[in-house]
Design a protein around this ligand. Structure first.
Ligand code: CU
Length: 230
């Protein structure tokens, strides 16, 4: 009897949980109407926080390869960690930099590491705990053109828009919520959007600017022991 009851009860509990979880699909467009990729969409439920927080993702790894950061954008929930790994055959550096208009906004977490050439034992940073939500511009003191963006989401309910400007976030608690959209090219925060999450919510927003186009990754550099500085 018990063995028969347990799976049935489990299915019931799952159904009950699903009844209280919705989804948010967000379309992000630019000032010129084109879809915006690489926009971070964050849902902040306004109800009480769940008793148990979802598990944190594994440490995010940001590489340095051919004098570029890979990937250019990394998004993690608050409480997660990140690690920097130099995959080039020469030294890099990695540091948090101010963002916003004229570099007036301090990074939410400050750090600075010198990373040696690949596989020398000094090419990996310690794991860096990101315990404050917000944005961090990442640069390299040795190569001024190197830039990456880290966004620490205040909630686990986030996604990044694809090439069609769409982001899909599943498992959002139903009820009132605020939706925030952040893009690496923005200078000031856009106002939050108030929403009521029930079932599958579809929403859209237009940014007050048009992000600049990013150059495709260059072909791998042909480095023979020289040490590029730019
Ligand atoms: Cu560098």
């Amino acid at each position: 009897m018990t063995t028969l009851l347990r799976p049935a009860l489990y299915a019931l509990l799952l159904a009950a949980a699903a009844a209280h979880a919705g989804s948010v699909q967000m379309l992000v467009t630019a000032a010129d109407g084109s879809p915006v990729a690489d926009a971070v969409v964050v849902v902040l439920p306004q109800g009480p926080a769940p008793a148990t927080a979802p598990p944190l993702p594994p440490v995010a790894v940001i590489g340095q390869k051919n004098i570029r950061f890979e990937p250019l954008l990394t998004v993690v929930p608050v409480g997660a960690s990140v690690r920097f790994v130099n995959q080039d055959r020469f030294d890099h550096h990695v540091r948090s930099m101010p963002g916003g208009p004229l570099g007036s906004v301090a990074p939410v977490t400050e750090f600075e590491y010198r990373l040696g050439p690949q596989r020398r034992g000094t090419h990996t940073s310690p794991d860096l705990l990101l315990d404050k939500p917000g944005a961090i511009v990442v640069g390299c003191h040795l190569h001024g053109s190197m830039r990456a963006h880290l966004y620490v989401s205040p909630t686990p309910h986030f996604a990044v828009t694809d090439a069609n400007g769409r982001a899909q976030i599943q498992g959002v608690p139903e009820g009132p919520a605020q939706i925030r959209v952040w893009h690496p090219d923005q200078l000031v925060d856009a106002p939050a959007i108030s929403a009521q999450v029930t079932g599958a919510l579809a929403a859209s927003t237009r940014l007050p600017f048009t992000p600049r186009r990013r150059a495709p990754p260059p072909p791998p550099a042909n480095v023979h022991g020289d040490y590029p500085t730019q």
